[in-house]
Design a binder for this molecule. Structure first.
Ligand code: KG4
Ligand code: ZN
Length: 341
């Protein structure tokens, strides 16, 4: 039995989880409400909140898992990418706790962990993907199509050249004066809106890469023009605007995923990351999978946004390979998980 404690502190959620082999025993997340009044994450406030949260969160994770700290086999932590100040809190905590317990530490790349969350067993009985599979990773900071050949062999075959899909949701929401983070707000409104009420241009990119900055700009200019004639335009059309921008983002995402399936011949497909919580995206990929004979893997909601269970499972795979870090490890803000092209 391998007990791994996972620690995630890359952005504004402090999370700790305990898994035994690949089974989740606890997954505790402390959200930081302090950022909402600023309309985005304030890095300095985030690291302070992580400092306050980390010990209580780990304590609850161990209690809920019903294990003692000296039963832990190793501690896995997010080394990056993310906010440096925030990452430092998780990294420093991991190092000192592991030193005291005399157990190994395992650095984890946050983006790979989002993908490996598909291998967590939470008792729901859903089956994990077979290798190789394609994973569309869509979060607040990244948008990638990854060819996953094994837990340690991942190749990025497409990625965004500017904004991430989550940023596109968040920025569109901000333009509409919806609260932060905007993704879930757009998702909610989109359910009661007409997705074809408004049309926005899609980028023309040749390869498997994405671009979302043009969409944001055209959304901004479109609304600026409409507001000139009708101040209440956004309020009156909130649901239709949300549904239309969501449909456009999903179409952009799915066009390239479809192309990736065609080019690689891999029909085993997964989605991961915060935006994979989006109900429109979940419906669309399911529908597409049925039409085209893909096998699709959609993560449980609790494993879509940032959580430490995904860090723990990524750590577990490295534990099996005895891939440990040493005490001199420092966080990185940008991923070492590079575009392979
Ligand atoms: O993976 P994540 O929790 O953090 C990063 O690693 O970035 O992703 C956060 C992103 C935010 O942009 C948030 O708006 C988006 O995921 N998100 C959603 C939904 N839930 C979270 N976007 C669209 N629809 C949702 N239901
Ligand atoms: Zn994330």
């Amino acid at each position: 039995m391998t007990y791994i404690l996972g620690i995630e502190s890359s952005c504004d959620d402090t999370s700790a989880a305990v898994i035994v082999n690949n089974r989740v025993l606890s997954n505790i997340i402390a959200n930081q409400s302090v950022h909402s009044s600023y309309g985005g994450v304030v890095p300095e406030l985030a690291s302070r909140a992580h400092q306050q949260n980390i010990i209580p969160v780990v304590d609850v994770a161990l209690k809920e898992a019903n294990i003692r700290k000296n039963q832990l086999s190793a501690i896995a932590f997010t080394r990056g990418p993310g906010l440096l100040g925030s990452l430092l809190v998780g990294t420093s905590f991991t190092k000192s706790f592991a030193l005291a317990l005399d157990i190994p530490i395992i650095e984890v790349d946050h983006l790979k962990a989002h993908i490996l969350a598909h291998f967590l067993d939470d008792g729901s009985g859903s089956d994990s993907p077979d290798f190789p599979f394609l994973c569309l990773t869509v979060s607040g900071g990244h948008t990638q199509i990854v060819k996953v050949s094994s837990p340690s062999d991942m190749e990025i075959i497409g990625s965004t050249i500017d904004d991430a899909a989550g940023e596109a949701f968040d920025k569109a929401a901000k333009i509409m004066s919806l609260p932060y983070p905007g993704g879930p707000e757009i998702d909610k409104l989109a359910k009661i809106g007409d997705p074809f009420a408004f049309k926005f241009p899609k980028p023309r990119m040749q390869n498997l890469d994405y671009s979302f900055s043009g969409l944001k700009t055209s959304f901004l200019y479109f609304l600026r023009d409409r507001i000139k004639n009708d101040e209440g335009f956004i309020e009156k059309n909130k649901a239709d605007l949300a549904a239309s921008i969501q449909r456009t983002i999903i179409e952009i995402l799915m066009d390239k995923l479809q192309k990736a399936v065609k080019e690689t011949g891999i029909k085993e497909v997964a989605i991961a990351g915060g935006v994979s919580a989006n109900s429109g995206l979940r419906n669309k990929i399911t529908e597409m999978a049925n039409d085209r004979g893909w096998k699709v893997h959609i993560p449980a909601f609790k494993f879509t946004t940032d959580n430490a269970a995904m860090i723990a499972i990524a750590g577990y795979f490295k534990y099996l390979d005895k891939e440990f870090s040493n005490q001199s490890v420092t966080p990185y803000a940008r991923s070492d998980f590079k575009n392979s092209k």
